[in-house]
Write a protein that binds this ligand. Structure first.
Ligand code: PLP
Length: 423
């Protein structure tokens, strides 16, 4: 690690949680330079839903590069982009009865969020955007202004303005923030100016794996529709099958005005992002929102290949099965270690185990790493152990990872007991 300590910025973070030098990766595993194998329950923070170096996409990528396919093209028309668009329409949009135009912003999630916020303000001519406590939408200024975390917001160094936070579904202290929102919107003397948009995650991922109910999402969508406020759904971490359906919002039966996708849309961990725009809202003028890396053709190639997984419901059913296995096991662990105050949360294969003492999630993550499992923490105080295995993980691998979590919990519970005895 010496070269990283010496030459890389202090801003680095995941390499501090998982201090080894990784070298190779395949399927659900990473390998470090010493040849040690790690099971990956982190999956590139949701960028590797189809696993590392998925052979189905790798072959097509290698063939494309070997054939001198265009790699970089700004937003010029290329065969690879055309093929991706056609496949996305045929496999994802049309079967779901969704009509969206596709914008390719810069290739990261925060680029998609910036584009969506900008377009919502342009369409409505209004400035305010509402967001939710514990939301995470990215690190650029616009996205930070709709992100909850105080430390991240402080990093902006300038005021983050024209945004207002609201409690999310399931808030312990404000059980129905939508009732409040309805009241201020319905009352023209409420003193609250009509916002341009509301941006929401259907499961707050970084915010601690908080899943909104489908009923709450429907109420939100209906309320906004009544007032001509746009709904931006950030499906950057929860899209591409993570919650069990291609889009996380499908079971809620809503059609957001703008949808942000990134992370696993390229399938291979290559940078790519897009904004889905209801056609009547697509009032951009040419070049109004730009970016050098909007045309990552390598990502278009692997992204088109990844959609093969969505030609039928085989993957969706497998995710539902694996979710049940993982959820059941996490609940059993929470019950077996009552002193840790564990609470299971999440949907599909984004699952969390929240601890009463926030330090414990990090301790379990570290104990798991020592045993060869990569699993992260999330939440305002990092109090949630967040499980994000590749969707294509085998059931055996999933069980192995859960066994490691059990063993890590054993270690942490034993040290908690020792502390209690000492006190
Ligand atoms: C919901 C959500 N939105 C936006 C982002 C930002 O994406 P990126 O890190 O690619 O800018 C993330 C990243 O974790 C995310 O989880």
């Amino acid at each position: 690690m010496e070269i990283f300590d010496r030459l890389e910025s202090e801003v680095r973070s995941y390499c501090r949680s998982f201090p080894t030098v990784f070298d190779r990766a395949s399927g659900s595993h990473l390998y470090d330079q010493a040849g040690r194998e790690y099971l990956d329950f982190f999956a590139g923070a949701g960028a590797l839903n189809y696993g590392h170096n998925n052979p189905l996409f790798k072959e097509r990528l290698i063939a494309y590069v070997q054939g001198d396919g265009v790699a970089h093209s700004l937003d010029m028309a290329t065969a690879a982009k055309g093929a991706f668009l056609g496949r996305f329409h045929d496999v994802v949009l049309e079967p779901r009865g969704l009509r969206y135009k596709v914008q390719f912003p810069g290739p990261t999630g925060t680029n998609a969020v910036e584009a969506a916020l900008k377009l919502a303000r342009k369409v409505t001519g209004r400035k305010q955007v509402l967001y939710f406590h514990n939301a995470y939408h990215g690190m650029t200024l616009g996205a930070l202004a709709v992100t909850g975390n105080a430390a991240k917001r402080r990093g902006a160094g300038v005021p983050l303005s024209f945004t207002t936070p609201l409690p999310y579904d399931g808030s312990a202290t404000v059980p129905d923030s939508l009732a409040y929102l309805a009241e201020v919107l319905d009352n023209s003397s409420s003193g609250v100016d009509l916002p341009a948009a509301v941006i929401v995650e259907s499961v707050q991922a970084e915010g601690g794996v908080n899943a909104a109910s489908f009923g709450w999402l429907r109420r939100l969508a209906d309320l906004l529709k009544r007032h001509g406020i746009l709904l931006i759904l950030d499906d950057i971490q929860t899209g591409c099958g993570r919650t069990g359906t291609f889009f996380s919002f499908e079971p809620a039966g809503i059609q957001p005005d703008l949808v942000c996708l990134s992370k696993s849309i390229s399938g291979f961990g290559l940078p790519m992002a897009l904004v889905l725009i209801k056609p009547e809202l697509d009032i951009w003028s040419p070049g109004e929102h730009n970016g050098t890396f909007r045309g990552n053709n390598l990502a278009f190639v692997t992204g088109a290949a990844a959609l093969d997984y969505w030609q039928d419901d085989t993957l969706a059913q497998a995710v539902a099965r694996k979710s049940e296995i993982a959820r059941g096991r996490l609940q059993a662990l929470a019950d077996a270690f009552p002193a840790l105050g564990g609470e299971v949360r999440g949907r599909g294969l984004i699952l969390g185990l929240r601890f009463a003492d926030p330090d414990l999630a990090g301790q379990v993550s570290q104990a798991a790493f020592r045993r060869g499992l990569i699993v992260e923490t999330a939440g305002p105080r990092d109090e949630v152990l967040k499980l994000l295995p590749p969707l294509v993980i085998t059931e055996d691998e999933l069980r192995q990872g859960l066994d490691i979590i059990e063993s890590a919990l054993d270690e942490v519970a034993a040290s908690v007991q020792m502390l209690e005895v000492a006190v």
